[in-house]
Design a binder for this molecule. Structure first.
Ligand SMILES: CC(C)(COP(=O)(O)OP(=O)(O)OC[C@H]1O[C@@H](n2cnc3c(N)ncnc32)[C@H](O)[C@@H]1OP(=O)(O)O)[C@@H](O)C(=O)NCCC(=O)NCCS
Length: 166
């Protein structure tokens, strides 16, 4: 049975290897390491089956600000499922559980993601909402989701954690 649970420090080596196996490079593993070093991680979740980590998702802190307002949100990145276990709904479970936890954190106003709209729209992410923000990305792959309708001000500046190097 696949269990979704919070990521622990002892999972780190398996998570970094999983990211390498899913993306075919070390960039995402390096990103996760740096986000933890910088203490910009909100939390990570792992999908585990019989002691083996087969999926992982990470949420890091994002600042969304205007001249008058300073808000906190979560960036969903990276998300990975082991190549042999994709399209079984594991990614969906990780996103849904992550969204549930983030929605219950009062300080978080929403979530942003960079990915395929066909995949992320089903969870409520919107490229249109993303386009209203002043973000480092200007295409439909950049999506946002508000935890309370209208809470993200138009043209608000999106500042990712430093590890993203944006
Ligand atoms: C992207 C990824 C995390 C999805 O996880 P998953 O467990 O395979 O996804 P699920 O089983 O929950 O969802 C499968 C559905 O998503 C679709 N899907 C999966 N990856 C997709 C992608 N990159 N783009 C568009 N659709 C995708 C599948 O076609 C399937 O659609 P359906 O439900 O209409 O049949 C996984 O494929 C992966 O690790 N890929 C390599 C790493 C990567 O590219 N991560 C980037 C995430 S932004």
């Amino acid at each position: 049975m696949v269990v979704i649970r919070k990521e622990e420090t002892t999972d780190r080596a398996s998570v970094l290897q999983l990211l390498h196996d899913a993306f075919g490079r070390w960039d995402e593993s390096d990103l996760v390491k740096q986000l933890y070093l910088d203490e910009d991680v909100i939390f990570g979740l792992v999908a585990e089956e019989e002691g083996k980590i087969i999926g992982h998702i990470l949420f890091s802190l994002v600042e969304i600000s205007t001249d008058q307002l300073f808000l906190e949100a979560a960036a969903l990145a990276p998300l990975a499922v082991h190549p042999q276990r994709q399209k079984e709904g594991i990614g969906t479970k990780l996103i849904n559980e992550g969204l549930l936890i983030c929605r219950n954190k009062e300080e978080l106003t929403g979530m942003i993601v960079l990915g395929n709209p066909d995949y992320y729209q089903r969870f409520g992410f919107s490229s249109e909402l993303g386009a209203h923000l002043d973000a480092p990305f200007k295409n439909e792959s950049f999506m946002a989701l508000e935890f309370r309708s209208g809470i993200l001000p138009k043209n608000a500046k999106v500042k990712y954690a430093a590890a993203f190097g944006l």
